[in-house]
Design a protein around this ligand. Sequence first.
Ligand SMILES: NC(=O)c1ccc[n+]([C@@H]2O[C@H](COP(=O)([O-])OP(=O)(O)OC[C@H]3O[C@@H](n4cnc5c(N)ncnc54)[C@H](OP(=O)(O)O)[C@@H]3O)[C@@H](O)[C@H]2O)c1
Length: 274
Amino acid sequence: MRHTFVARRHALQQAEHGTGKPFDENKALAMKLSGKSALVLGGGTGIGRAAAVSLAREGCRVAVAGRREEKLQETARQWTGEPPMVTHTVDVGDRQDVEALFAWLAENFGPVDIMVNSAGVNVSQRTMADLRPEDWEKLLRINASGAYYCMHAVLPQMRERGDGVIINVSSIAGKRASLLGGVGYSAAKFAMTALGMTASLEDGPQHGIRISTVCPGEVNTPILENRPVPVSDEHKARILQPEDVAEAILLIATLPPRAHIPELIIKPTHQEYA
Ligand SMILES: NC(=O)c1ccc[n+]([C@@H]2O[C@H](COP(=O)([O-])OP(=O)(O)OC[C@H]3O[C@@H](n4cnc5c(N)ncnc54)[C@H](OP(=O)(O)O)[C@@H]3O)[C@@H](O)[C@H]2O)c1
C-alpha cells in the first residue's frame, strides 16, 4: 500500500542519513516489519541491543527495557532513523514492575506485536559447591520467573488479536547440562526453555501466537564479565557476536504468520554441541 511504502521509505532515508550510502528504494520496499512494534527486554546491552537495532532497521517500532536507563539510552542512540526507539526501566524479576511496564506501554506505545526476552544474568560462583542460595534465587527469579512474568503480561493482548511473536533467549545451557553456565543458570535456562516450548503448544494452535526459544552458545557480550575465569580477547573474537544472534531473531520475527520456529540453536563453529 502506498502509505506503507512512504513510511518505509522515510524510515530508511532517516537511517541512512549521514552514512554516505545512496538511498536504495528497493530496500525500502523490502522492509518486512513496517507497521509492527517490538518490545526488547534486556535491550540495553549485548544480544538485546543488537536485536533492537536489527528490528528497527527492518521498519519496526521498538521499545527497549532493562534495569539501567543509561544503557537503554545508549541503545536508543544507535538507532537514528524513524520512529525513534523508546526506553523504559524494568526489573523483569519483579512482577509489579513488569505490570507497571506493560501499563506504560499500553498508554504510550500501543500493542506489542513482537516480544524479545533477552534479559538474563549469571553469577561468578556457579558450581554446586560454591553457588550461594541467594544467587540460586536470583538466577531463577530473573531468568525463569522474569520470562514467565513478561509472557503472562503480553499474551492476553496477543490472544485478542490472534497474532504475536515471542522470542525467549534461553541458552544451550537450557538444553544440555553445562558446567560453563553452572548449576543455577542451567536450571533457570532449562525452566525458560520448558516455559516457552509448553506455552507454545497452547497458544500456537489455539491463538496463532508463535513462541520461539533461541538457544545460543557462547556470545561475546557483557555477561562474560561474570565468568569465574576471565575470557581472552582472542576467544571473544572466535565466538558468536551479538549481531549473529540478532540475525536469527530477525529471521524468526520476519517469517510469515504461517511459519513458526519453536526452537533455534546457534553456536560458534568451534563450540561442541552433541
Ligand atoms: N553471552 C552468552 O554467551 C550467552 C549465551 C547463551 C545465552 N545467553 C543469554 O542471552 C541473554 C542476553 O544476554 P547477553 O549475552 O546479551 O548479556 P548482557 O549483555 O549482559 O545482556 C543481559 C541484559 O539483561 C538485562 N537484565 C539483567 N537482569 C535484568 C532484570 N532483572 N530485569 C531487566 N533486565 C535485566 C541487562 O541489563 P540491566 O543490567 O541494565 O538490567 C542486560 O542488558 C541472556 O538471557 C543470557 O542468559 C547469553
